[in-house]
Write a protein that binds this ligand. Structure first.
Ligand code: CU
Ligand code: CU
Length: 330
């Protein structure tokens, strides 16, 4: 363990100079700007500054990840209705932090893949084309027939397969590739959120999806960066604006490879956590942990307006990219 930690830190510095430099340099600039504009504030000062907004070393503009953050709306219960999705596996080089490129295997070009949503008893039809360089599948969590499980039905490059089954049970689920070696196919990025809505609709809410992951950018079998929805520090650069007057509902899943658990911690407030979102049973807390494949639903009624941090409660993950902010307004 000590060895792997050392390796990770050294590699963060070595493999990501462009990401690491702003972490120090721009903090110093911020702190100095208010005073004499001096940039020699040094490590002690720079390391203690909160990182938020345009100074944050994250890739992209404010709406880049909207499709991953905001799920398609829930539809009313209507047994037998067909819900169609098209997933294409592609090899894509993704910039996950400034100057840091990850040779990803993706569904539809992003990591995580698109949010799949259905209402319980919809007929879910997912047409899958493998345009990547390796054999892949889609394995859905939930209940379905043997031939739809994405374990034995390997889809080679250039091949297609349609998955079709009634969506159940309701809850927050996930999907991922199940070709072997499994560890590789998952850490390369082939996974996404899969929401099944209950027959009795959930109350209206501001709905968000967060998929927690990590990237092993140097191939040593441990992660160098952590994110929600695919880019390090993205929601620190672009805080998520929510209203205090309506419940915030987060569909949270953990697809982090290599590390045994990941976690979500909210500052300055509490939320209800429904494991797997499959019943009314909840825990009232400010921190939840998930093993890979675990997922659940958080419901927050913010008590205060202002800017509030959320992040992995493994401090190391937070410092390597898994942290962001809610901007709560009236
Ligand atoms: Cu695969
Ligand atoms: Cu799984």
């Amino acid at each position: 363990m000590p060895k792997s930690r050392l390796t990770r830190r050294r590699l963060l510095a070595a493999a990501a100079p462009l990401a690491a430099a702003p972490l120090v340099g721009r903090f110093a600039l911020d702190e100095g700007a208010g005073a004499a504009g001096v940039r020699h504030a040094g490590h002690a000062a720079s390391g203690h500054a909160a990182m938020i907004g345009e100074t944050v070393p994250a890739v992209g503009g404010p709406h880049d990840l909207d499709e991953l953050l905001y799920p398609p709306p829930a539809l009313p219960y209507q047994p037998g209705r067909v819900r169609e999705y098209r997933l294409v596996a592609r090899d894509v080089e993704l910039e996950i932090a400034p100057g840091v490129f990850f040779p990803a295997w993706t569904y539809n070009g992003t990591v995580p893949g698109p949010v799949i949503r259905a209402t319980e008893d919809d007929l879910l039809r997912v047409r899958f084309l493998n345009a990547g360089s390796h054999p892949h599948t889609i394995h859905f969590h939930g209940i379905h027939p043997a031939g739809m499980d994405g374990v034995f039905e390997i889809v080679g490059p250039g091949e297609e397969l349609t998955y079709e089954f009634p969506a159940k049970p309701y809850g927050m689920h996930l999907y991922h590739c199940h070709a072997t070696p499994l560890k590789k196919h998952i850490h390369k990025g082939l996974y996404g959120a899969f929401i099944i809505d209950p027959p009795e609709p959930r109350p209206p809410a501001q709905e968000l999806v967060m998929v927690m992951n990590g990237y092993d950018t140097d191939g040593d079998g441990s992660n160098n960066f952590y994110t929600v929805n695919g880019r390090s520090f993205y929601y620190a650069k672009h805080p998520i604006r929510v209203s205090r007057s309506q419940t915030v509902r987060i569909y949270l899943a953990n697809l982090t490879e290599f590390d045994l658990v990941n976690s979500f911690h909210l500052h300055a407030d509490f939320f209800r956590y429904y494991p797997t979102g499959s019943s009314d049973r909840f825990e009232y807390t400010d921190t939840v942990m998930q093993c890979q494949g675990q997922r659940g639903i958080l419901e927050i009624e913010f008590s205060n307006t202002g800017t509030f941090m959320f992040h992995a409660h493994q401090s190391e993950f937070a410092e390597l990219g898994w942290m962001g902010y809610f901007n709560v307004v009236d």
